[in-house]
Design a protein around this ligand. Structure first.
Ligand SMILES: CC(C)(COP(=O)(O)OP(=O)(O)OC[C@H]1O[C@@H](n2cnc3c(N)ncnc32)[C@H](O)[C@@H]1OP(=O)(O)O)[C@@H](O)C(=O)NCCC(=O)NCCS
Length: 177
């Protein structure tokens, strides 16, 4: 499957990151421990860490191993979050993050619904999946709102280092055709 450089929804644009996004991402959410609480990375202490992170995102795009999209409001607006696609031969795993001032407005469900629609409309793709910490109720709700079903609990699946150094239980969610 070919992943487009830009995806649009009614309120949002998802696009390939640019080096210049580091300022907005650092300022909006990368240093916020409430945002990283259930993520696999700790808050960035300096913008240099965010710049390195953007560099890794661009490398994944170039290698085709992952497609992290920057989320913006439409109209050349600054980054307010990211939604990453990690493709395998017949399925895609998705992950997402949004800056705190924008929570609760349905932005990530809007972006993820369009991504799920796009992926499942490709003949080679059969499944979109995601996991979230068992305590991350907002993320579980997002996945339910995009039509995914909870398939089970993956015990001691991943470390969320802002929260704990011990591996955490996660829900596995998926939608298949
Ligand atoms: C999780 C996240 C992406 C949600 O994005 P969003 O655009 O704010 O999603 P929504 O606007 O749909 O709001 C979240 C939903 O969860 C619900 N919710 C939020 N906190 C909740 C809680 N503690 N318990 C139960 N439901 C909760 C909200 O009520 C809303 O559902 P509703 O529309 O049915 O009322 C966002 O909070 C975020 O970026 N969090 C930090 C990063 C993260 O955890 N990413 C996911 C990793 S798996």
């Amino acid at each position: 499957m070919r992943f487009p450089e830009i995806v649009e929804t009614s309120r949002l644009q998802l696009r390939r990151p640019q080096k210049e996004d580091a300022e907005a991402i650092f300022g909006a959410y990368a240093q916020d421990p409430a945002v990283t609480r259930y993520l696999v990375w700790r808050p960035h202490r300096s913008i240099q860490t965010t710049r390195e992170f953007i560099g890794q995102c661009l490398d994944r795009w170039s290698a085709g191993s992952g497609f992290p999209y920057v989320i913006t409001r439409k109209g050349n607006a600054p980054a307010i979050g990211m939604l990453e696609l990690r493709p395998e031969p017949f399925k895609v795993d998705i992950g997402y993050v949004l800056a705190r001032p924008y929570w609760g407005q349905g932005f990530v469900p809007e972006a993820a619904s369009e991504i799920v629609r796009m992926i499942l409309s490709d003949p080679s793709m059969y499944r979109v999946e995601a996991f979230c910490d068992v305590e991350n109720a907002a993320s579980a709700r997002v996945l339910e709102k995009v039509g995914m079903l909870r398939e089970g609990v993956m015990r001691r699946y991943i470390i969320h280092p802002t929260l704990s150094h011990e591996p955490r239980d996660c829900y596995l969610y998926a939608i298949a055709k």
